[in-house]
Design a binder for this molecule. Structure first.
Ligand code: PBG
Length: 332
């Protein structure tokens, strides 16, 4: 039976009808807001990421007070150290920007969930995500350094550590080291499925973390692969990951869906810096409507199966979800 019995337009007639039958919803508690922290008091604007800046620990804590007031429950911290070296030692420095920001945030908003990214690329002079052996990234020697960084963040009060380095075996190394230090309750949210992507450019500007030679293709995943993503996801769950991240989001929504169907843990889509920058750049030219596009990009992650979305739009989305504003919004 079809037309004229079926008239799908009947249910699209009004905002109330559309809201009533909406299949997928997004609320502020499903958003994770990334923040860049450094030890300087000067806000460092990031040209390719409008609305974002490198923040001091106190500025980050103030941002968290505001995010929390808007209903956002989680932030993800990236640190930019004063000095970088070949070993990335600053990643585990308890006086470094990430532990300092965690402490400042926990003083002001103890209930906010603080996620700390665990990787070496922001801390190494060569910009790779692990220790080098000649031109090669040495997997096994990198593991204890990552685990030490995770413990430093847990000790400062992080609720979640999020390894993004793509070394094999880092989830079990981090879990064992956290447990040995008494941090059984610190969750591991693993970037199990992270592709070698052109969409990370603005992040690397923000963190000064572009590799000084070569690229990350020997550790991050090859974009055409999806079976391999499932294998990575299963392996990380077996090693003890509490949630799994798929990254980037928009070009990999099929992977988000496949991972959602494969594992039982919560799945997180990471809408990365290039996705954010691309939408802003087109909107600046008047080519797209930024509000509508950010709604579609984010609800698309949820529709694909993501439980949570890490997005640089978190603050603006949460502002637009406030009741007075939402009445006029595209998805309302
Ligand atoms: C660190 C890390 C990166 C991102 C998150 N963690 C950069 C990279 O792998 O080069 C990218 C995030 C983004 O682009 O928003 N390894």
């Amino acid at each position: 039976m079809s037309f004229p019995v079926h008239r799908p337009r009947r249910l699209r007639r009004s905002a109330a009808l559309r809201a009533a039958i909406r299949e997928t919803r997004l609320d502020a508690s499903q958003l994770v807001a990334p923040l860049f922290v450094h030890m300087s008091a000067a806000r460092g604007p990031i040209a390719s990421m409008p609305g974002h800046a490198r923040l001091s620990p106190e500025q980050a804590a103030q941002e968290c007070v505001e995010l929390s007031g808007l209903g956002v429950r989680s932030v993800l911290l990236f640190g930019i150290p004063d000095e970088k070296d070949a070993r990335g030692d600053a990643a585990a420095d308890p006086a470094g920007p990430v532990p300092a920001a965690i402490r400042a945030i926990k003083r002001r908003v103890p209930d906010l969930l603080v996620w700390a990214d665990v990787c070496l690329c922001e801390y190494t002079s060569h910009g790779h995500c692990g220790l080098l052996d000649g031109q090669r990234v040495d997997n096994d020697r990198t593991l204890p350094v990552l685990a030490r960084a995770a413990v430093a963040y847990a000790e400062a009060g992080a609720d979640v550590v999020a390894p993004s380095d793509m070394m094999d075996g880092r989830v079990s190394a981090i879990r064992a080291t956290l447990d040995a230090a008494g941090h059984h309750e610190t969750a591991i949210v693993s970037y199990a499925v992270k592709y070698a992507s052109g969409f990370y450019g603005p992040f690397r500007d923000a963190a000064g973390s572009a590799p000084q030679f070569g690229d990350r293709r020997s550790y991050q995943m090859d974009p055409p692969n999806v079976r391999e993503a499932l294998r990575e996801a299963r392996a990380d769950v077996e090693e003890g990951a509490d949630m799994i991240i798929v990254k980037p989001a928009l070009p990999y929504l099929d992977v988000v869906r496949a991972v959602r169907d494969e594992v039982d843990v919560p799945v997180v889509a990471y809408q990365v810096s290039g996705e954010y920058a691309m939408a802003h750049a087109a909107a600046e030219r008047g080519w797209i409507d930024l509000d509508r596009v950010m709604d579609e990009m984010t609800i698309g992650c949820r529709r694909a199966g993501a439980d949570l979305v890490i997005t640089y739009f978190a603050r603006v989305l949460a502002e637009r979800m406030q009741p007075a504003v939402a009445a006029a919004a595209v998805l309302a």
